[in-house]
Design a protein around this ligand. Structure first.
Ligand SMILES: Nc1ncnc2c1ncn2[C@@H]1O[C@H](COP(=O)(O)OP(=O)(O)OP(=O)(O)O)[C@@H](O)[C@H]1O
Length: 517
């Protein structure tokens, strides 16, 4: 029986966190079952982790709790009463709030303004003095302290994520749902944010349901974990009793052997990418890249480490034709190169940019069409450059979906409906399946991906390198740079400030250079 939302919101939120229970929840999209009969319980004052491969159904499940999706089947129980949650407003009523992977704060406003904005009952005319006093009182009692007067543009990533959580505490949310909350934070920031949340949970003031791919965070901060596999419940248990191997086995089904592609020796002196004294500006006209020189040989992975915002994005954009350099020269295979679509094709340059859904896909077009974006006007997918052969496009797509294990209901599904990991695989399949590749440019290729997908994509990159492809890898993840690169560079304030082979890399020096010292 479903009980109407008649209990007063303040009554609910002034008490201990309620118990949240999902009973046999399913969610279908057309004929595709994204969540299949999943049950889980978040006991009051506990920290519950939700784990699963990309596409396992984690986001869909929490969107059902938040009322973004209507579950096709099943019950959501709050304090053992079945409740209808048809919108985030209903979720708010029951004291449930969500913090997303990406920030939703308004950059042009201050911390105080962002907090006020979040309230569903913000008055049309704000008595600032009164509201400000209340905000100061709230901030004094909150676990995170941020200066109310600071504009958002002056906050570091960790502070922004704290503000996202503060917004929910300000709304007096008692159950916080977090969707990969630490993916944009440094490990130190992540530990600080999760540590403070853990204290709130231990004090009985909050319950947390957190989607995460990071075993370390789950074992350090969560009490319980529920694992999903291909939309189905795959197991649950106390994090004290489950080992990382147990959790990985639940997540992947039959235990998978970690397959690491070994690097083979590639003897080549052929310089594929040659960048000379390159300069480029940011969107705001200030200089982002200040005189970069860089060469990459065939069969070499060159990793560029650095804190984001130091010109890496602009460099990748210049090399993939999305930004015009202000001066300097780029040569590919010895020829001057401006990264037009034609040049990229003739020089066999491919790229996996950051945020591929935004930068390398057309979200409302199908997986098949997105897979064909590079080749649709050439045989065998087109005749005479104009007549598109849709059967050939679909057949090629079906084959790539199989070879690259893209989880999609069909080749006709819009790519924007796929999970993050599968969008990444789609772009990688398109970019790596070309018969000949000379240069591959990849930026943060495994951001937000589960460990099986990380391993898969890393192996694909190493395999490409072993075939003689020159690879430019730009990543904020130092472990990724150290694992994959043959040569390591550090970028700071638009310049390359450190270089070594990976065998001779000095971690302390890299850290200092990344920090701008
Ligand atoms: N609106 C939608 N329409 C159709 N299919 C969808 C929609 N949203 C999600 N799906 C599909 O449901 C499945 C589960 O997706 P979901 O985003 O819940 O996975 P996830 O476990 O959160 O993955 P990730 O870790 O990559 O974020 C995926 O196969 C996805 O393609």
């Amino acid at each position: 029986m479903t009980v109407p939302a008649s209990v007063s919101a303040d009554t609910l939120r002034s008490h201990l966190p309620p118990e949240l229970e999902l009973v046999n929840v399913s969610k279908k999209f057309g004929n595709f079952i994204a969540v299949d009969n999943v049950s889980l319980k978040v006991a009051p004052g506990t920290f519950h982790a939700l784990l699963g491969e990309n596409g396992a159904g984690k986001s869909t499940l929490v969107k059902c709790i938040m009322g973004f999706h209507a579950a096709t089947h099943g019950d959501i129980l709050i304090n053992k009463q079945s409740r209808d949650i048809n919108s985030p407003r209903d979720a708010y009523h029951y004291g449930i709030g969500m913090v997303y992977q990406h920030f939703t704060v308004v950059p042009a406003m201050t911390v105080a303004e962002n907090l006020l904005l979040v309230r569903p009952d913000t008055p049309n005319v704000i008595n600032w003095k009164e509201e400000y006093a209340k905000l100061e009182e709230f901030m004094a009692s909150s676990p995170f302290k941020i200066d109310l007067n600071l504009p958002i543009s002056q906050l570091a990533a960790g502070q922004k994520q704290k503000l996202e959580i503060l917004k929910q505490l300000y709304l007096k949310s008692k159950i916080l749902i977090l969707d990969e909350p630490t993916s944009v934070l440094t490990p130190q920031e992540a530990d600080e944010v999760l540590g403070l949340l853990r204290e709130e949970v231990t004090a009985g003031r909050l319950s947390v349901l957190m989607i995460s791919h990071k075993f370390r965070e789950i074992t350090t901060f969560a009490d319980h974990v529920t694992v999903l596999r291909k939309g189905k419940f795959a197991g649950t248990g106390s994090t004290k009793e489950l080992s990382v191997t147990d959790m990985a086995a639940m997540m992947l089904g039959e235990a998978k052997e970690a397959r690491q592609v070994a690097k083979t020796k590639v003897d080549s002196d052929q310089i594929v990418l040659d960048v000379r004294n390159l300069h480029a500006d940011r969107d705001n006209g200030l200089e982002a890249i200040t005189g970069i020189n860089l060469q990459i040989k065939s069969g070499e992975i060159v990793g560029i480490a650095g804190v984001s915002g130091n010109g890496q994005r602009e460099l990748v954009e210049v090399l993939s034709g999305q930004r015009i350099a202000t001066s300097g020269d780029v040569f590919v295979n010895g020829d001057r190169y401006k990264a037009t679509r034609k040049e990229m094709y003739s020089h066999q340059v491919f790229s996996l940019p950051e945020e591929p859904l935004r930068n390398a896909c057309v979200p409302h077009m199908s997986v098949a069409e997105n897979l064909a974006l590079r080749t649709f006007d050439r045989p065998p997918q087109a005749k005479g450059g104009v007549l598109l052969l849709f059967k050939a496009i679909r057949d090629t797509a079906k084959n790539l979906i199989k070879v690259f294990s893209i989880k999609t209901p069909s080749a006709d599904t819009p790519v924007g409906n796929l999970s993050g990991g599968n969008v990444q695989r789609t772009v990688l399949a398109r970019e790596l399946s070309a018969e000949k590749i000379k240069l591959l440019i990849v930026a943060n290729p495994v951001f937000g991906l589960d460990f099986a997908a990380v391993e898969y994509i890393h192996n694909q990159i190493v395999e490409a390198r072993n075939r003689g492809v020159a690879v430019l890898l730009v990543s904020e993840d130092l472990d990724e740079i150290l694992t994959l690169s043959d040569r390591i560079l550090v970028m700071s304030e638009g310049k390359l400030v450190y270089e070594s082979t990976s065998a001779e890399a000095d971690l302390a020096a890299i850290g200092q250079k990344m920090a701008g010292h």
